[in-house]
Write a protein that binds this ligand. Sequence first.
Ligand code: KG4
Ligand code: ZN
Length: 360
Amino acid sequence: MDILGIETSCDETAASVVRRLPDGSGQIMSDVVLSQLDLHSAFGGVVPELAARSHVSTLDRLVNQALEESGVALADIDAVAVTSGPGLIGGLMVGLMTAKAIAMASGKPFIGINHLEGHALTARLTDNVAFPYLLLLVSGGHTQIVLVKGVNNYERWGTTIDDALGEAFDKTAKLLGLGYPGGPAVEQAALEGEPKRFRLPVPMRKDPRLDFSFSGLKTAVRQMAEEQAPLSQQTIADLCLAFQTSVTSSIDDRISMALERFSERFGAESKPALVVAGGVAANKAIRATLETRASKAGFQFIAPPLNLCTDNAVMIAWAGAERLAAGLPTDELDLAPRSRWPLDQTAKAVIGHGKRGAKA
Ligand code: KG4
Ligand code: ZN
């Protein structure tokens, strides 16, 4: 089964062809990603209108490139899968219109994919993980602990009550005068940090709800930075390390509780797995903490390669393949984009002290 995937929900324009073999394994036939980083970096964040315009001007070419590189003719594609939410509405519309036009012109089935399902199922393509498994999704827009029970079958165990983790890294970097995206800049600066100089609180420690919160931490960094102004390079590095240490401890605390809960529920599971996905999964301190915690709890730790952790179309094509293989229905061509679309439709919204309230 060969699926064409398209992703335009944020600031990456991406197209890919993925093959699913009868034994359930997958093969990436092509993987084309155009990052808009240069377009947005001057603004310190993604500008939705610029993102949508850029998707419009580049997507056709990228889809052609993905088909050419895959060696699979459009006539031999089995379905067209596209991110239909959650994400920036302008970008979603560009991807949907393109995918619908291709599906209509070629007479192929059309599937709208939840972007989070793409992230959630990637580890099955890369590592053939069996259901159920525990997923930590940490990106610029999402911070969630999800029980992945099967295709289209998710339980959200925790989410952020304010900022997403990537967003917290980006805001911290901005207030310390580091570049965008902030995650890599904070991680880099933290390497030179003095471990004991600043101590920040560990958000949500021991809270039984398994949720996250990062906005208070960001405020604490701001206050410390104001007290220390003007900031030397060393102080910036020390603050970055304190922030990263606090974030890492919070993740460790939340995840260790989630692993315990997983073990209580699936005691007989022979090979339980913890999977991490999303751009923040690039952070080495966070990865190392998760790996240690997973191994202590007897879990296999799986982190897909970085290019498949950040936004891409491989995961969208693969999710389409998994959905078709599971016998789930395809979509009609009047499918609407959804800027908010929780993976677990039954999960209650959690509202914290963040201005924008609960994330999907
Ligand atoms: O998944 P992603 O590429 O895009 C979406 O948000 O969907 O994630 C981007 C986020 C940004 O907030 C970026 O600062 C963060 O991932 N990030 C990192 C690192 N690399 C990227 N955060 C911490 N440490 C890193 N090394
Ligand atoms: Zn993403």
